[in-house]
Design a protein around this ligand. Structure first.
Ligand SMILES: Cc1cc2nc3c(=O)[nH]c(=O)nc-3n(C[C@H](O)[C@H](O)[C@H](O)COP(=O)(O)O)c2cc1C
Length: 364
């Protein structure tokens, strides 16, 4: 099982609570996390794209760096880890993004990929003056498909002439061409998975519940079936937050403390942002966000417990049919990464990287 980290490019990461650690999304913080990830043997780091936060008592995500420019900096200062930036397809033409990606590939050859975001929160794009109308929700994955076809053509052949419904190019060129750029998606809807099955390399599956590492198995199954239908092998990655301490009791006490400080106002705004999409299928993640009010990290599964408990839960996850890996978030990223690398991973039966672990511990 591969490990990745979801970098906190926006303030406070993925906990909307007055009682959770509050921090700014500085470049230094994200770089340090990416370096720790590299040393602890993680395969990749992903940063999201956001243009509006959710406010509330904690000003959740009101501060955010930009995904491509941040990753370009991190690319120059890391050696091995794969890096993914996110693009909201409404914001930039695909030929421009293809060149940005190709430039980061020049900094970190073969280590860069792009997460395609179709856009679930209308107010973000209204704020930028680029919302094309609510029709976008209906056609967003058709649009994404045209977008990726143009980028792939530029990366693979150095040229693109494409006359789509949503995107057009006429003799666009790209030199130098990148070594290799992977495309990932994170939609949970049927249409989102079909898009990745046809055009992408990996899809993220949002983990569900607390200490239920395998409850998302049917969703992974759905992705694999979509891949079979398009004749492509698609990697499935889950998304989980880890809250780990010496004992189960301490970890649960931390979680209860976070829950007690839940930022209802920020959660309500997130739900309101997601509610504009009237075309939602049952599986869509926007639906989950809309329904998720009540949990401090409504968007992802959570593993809570002692290092031993979390190692056991991750081992259970590793057994899941068709799973390629898991992307992790933490309540506190720097200490969380250290706990994971030094205390949890060595207890796991699957894939221990002792060499990497010891090099971080010794500060090399
Ligand atoms: C791992 C992961 C990364 C994501 N990154 C972003 C992002 O950078 N920006 C964003 O607006 N939404 C992001 N999302 C939300 C997805 O792109 C979202 O699921 C999608 O836009 C809604 O699609 P759906 O209706 O097909 O589920 C992310 C979701 C996951 C699970």
């Amino acid at each position: 099982m591969e490990f990745g980290v979801f970098l906190p490019i926006a303030n406070n990461g993925w906990l909307m609570s007055r009682n959770a650690p509050h921090y700014r999304p500085t470049f230094e913080l994200n770089l340090e996390i990416a370096r720790k990830a590299e040393e602890y043997g993680f395969s990749f780091a992903l940063s999201m794209v956001r243009f509006l936060g959710f406010g509330g008592d904690t000003a959740h995500w009101d501060e955010s760096l930009e995904s491509f420019t941040m990753m370009a900096g991190i690319a120059a200062l890391t050696r091995r880890i794969k890096l993914f930036s996110s693009v909201a397809i409404l914001t930039m033409p695909p030929a421009v993004v293809a060149r940005m990606a190709s430039t980061i590939d020049a900094i970190a050859p073969g280590r860069f990929g792009v997460n395609i975001v179709t856009g679930w929160s209308k107010p973000e794009f209204v704020s930028l003056g680029i919302w094309p109308g609510d029709e976008h929700y209906k056609h967003r994955y058709e649009h994404a498909s045209e977008y990726v076809q143009i980028m792939r053509s530029l990366w693979e052949t150095g040229e693109s002439t494409f006359h789509g419904v949503h995107r057009q190019t006429e003799g666009a060129k790209l030199r130098p061409r990148p070594r290799q750029i992977e495309i990932i998606g994170a939609g949970q809807s049927i249409e989102g998975m079909k898009f990745v099955a046809e055009q992408g390399d990996y899809n993220f599956i949002i983990g569900l519940g607390i200490n239920m590492p395998c409850v998302c198995a049917p969703i992974i199954d759905r992705l694999i079936k979509a891949g079979m239908q398009s004749g492509r092998d698609i990697g499935a990655m889950t998304l989980f937050m880890i809250i780990a301490e010496d004992s189960d009791e301490e970890a649960w006490a931390k979680w209860s403390h976070y829950q007690a400080g839940i930022d209802h106002a920020a959660l309500r705004t997130a739900a309101e942002f997601a509610s504009h999409n009237r075309t939602l299928s049952e599986q869509s993640s926007s639906n989950m966000i809309t329904q998720g009010v009540g949990s401090v990290n409504s968007n992802m599964g959570t593993l809570i417990g002692s290092y031993k408990t979390v190692a056991r839960l991750l081992d259970e996850m590793a057994e899941m049919e068709g799973l390629s890996g898991v992307m992790l978030t933490f309540d506190e990223f720097l200490t969380g990464m250290d706990k994971f690398g030094q205390k949890i991973r060595p207890l796991m039966k699957s894939g221990i990287s002792r060499e990497a672990t010891s090099s971080v511990a010794s500060g090399r």
